[in-house]
Design a protein around this ligand. Sequence first.
Ligand code: ZN
Length: 179
Amino acid sequence: MRNGSIPGARGRVRPMTLFGGPVLHAPCEEVTDFGPELASLVEDMFATMYAAQGVGLAANQVGERLRVFVYDCPDDEEVRHVGHVVNPRLVETGGVVLRGPEGCLSLPGLEAGTERYDEAVVEGFTADGEPVRVRGTGFFARCLQHECDHLEGRVYVDRLAGWRRWRVLRQTARAPWGR
Ligand SMILES: [Zn+2]
């Protein structure tokens, strides 16, 4: 992202990979080429996230098996966080574990109470190859953990147990986009 530009403004909205799509359920690969294709993927991801009115998006949600995510997400103090991370590592989690409503653009219209740490720190790189460190609390910490999970091939449903898991799976099967 360059100074003065709106992330995603030059991006293309890509089709969303839905729950059950194989690319969503497999670990992504490390990015090794920090060239213009990576910058344009980040732009496309912002455009796709905004079009779907999401707060975060991982590359495998647009069909790319690469370790990249973007976000535009408020924390619990209504501070807005906007950015992207390439090859992110969740280096710290802390605070209390909270169960809160969580949804995903790959399971449109659904949500479930999911347990996440209240604090999270992610380290990685920008698309230009510069190191970044992102610290989040509250809802933004939830988002960071959710996006890191995506890159490991995990969705929030994988963190549910018992009736919460059963209910989401049943809703998925009944959803118009379900398979
Ligand atoms: Zn998601």
